[in-house]
Design a protein around this ligand. Structure first.
Ligand code: CO8
Length: 218
């Protein structure tokens, strides 16, 4: 991490942080981290982000919201951990593993042959004219492409390239079907394809390359 990207709320990984390069050292999945209300908390944050996208507050209301947010940030400041021990990423019982940076998806099927999920882009993901921002579609493909790679190889992979073809408009606030699968594996190289459908209509498709990390590789 560079000095300029360092924030006071970052808890740096220490020498004994539980990871080996880009891998969690302990891959055992737990749904305990963050407690039973963690998912509901994430949903409230998502709802808030969606409202911020559309809100036009008075100066007074903006000041009130700022004050409330300061208090909330101060509360979370008391509970920060590093990325390897945070609930986000391990909560497989929650949409997108409880990761608020991802569009919410729920896995329908997943295995070495690929992943199918139901994804719903919300108000926060508005691009323009009432439809989804293309960057958020790419985020969904990236994460689920990585998941298809992981389920194929049993290891962590990083994106080398990601090409998204936008075939038709992607609606908001409607469950869509997203699929990713490893089309060709050549040693550590995983050529991953994907599709995003609204019913029978193709919204976007994916052509990407993921590289399986070597042990200890960052
Ligand atoms: C379940 C949770 C899933 C989460 C998924 C999230 C996925 C992500 O978002 S990862 C973040 C975005 N990606 C990155 O930051 C990656 C940055 N890049 C890197 O770290 C490295 O370049 C990396 C890991 C991709 C490849 O580096 P390295 O492991 O040293 O592989 P390297 O030896 O250079 O290349 C291996 C092979 O891939 C090929 N290759 C690598 N990059 C590319 C590329 N961009 N295009 C075409 N081929 C490539 C090489 O030519 C080589 O081929 P060959 O074996 O035939 O000679």
């Amino acid at each position: 991490m560079t000095e300029t990207s360092k924030h006071e709320w970052d808890i740096p990984a220490t020498d004994d942080s539980p990871h080996e390069g880009g891998f969690r050292a302990d891959l055992a999945i737990t749904t305990e981290r963050g407690g039973p209300s963690y998912g509901a908390m994430i949903e409230q944050v998502r709802a808030f982000m969606g409202k911020v996208r559309y809100a036009s507050p008075t100066p007074e209301l903006a000041d009130e919201v700022i004050e409330d947010l300061r208090k909330l940030n101060a509360k979370l400041d008391t509970m920060l951990v590093d990325e390897w021990t945070s609930p986000s990423g391990t909560r497989i019982d929650l949409p997108s593993r409880g990761n608020i940076t991802l569009p919410p998806y729920v896995i329908t099927t997943g295995g070495p042959d690929g992943v199918e999920a139901e994804v719903t882009f919300g108000d926060f993901h508005l691009g323009g004219n009432g439809v989804t921002h293309g960057g958020h579609v790419a985020v969904a493909f990236d994460d689920l492409g990585g998941m298809a790679s992981a389920l194929k190889t049993g290891g962590v992979a990083r994106t080398a390239y990601l090409t998204v073809n936008y075939r038709s408009l992607t609606p908001l606030n409607k469950p869509l079907t997203i699929r990713t699968w490893v089309d060709v594996q050549d040693d550590r190289k995983l050529y991953v394809k994907g599709t995003l459908h609204d019913g029978d209509r193709l919204c976007a498709d994916l052509d990407s390359l993921f590289i399986k990390l070597k042990p200890g590789q960052p």
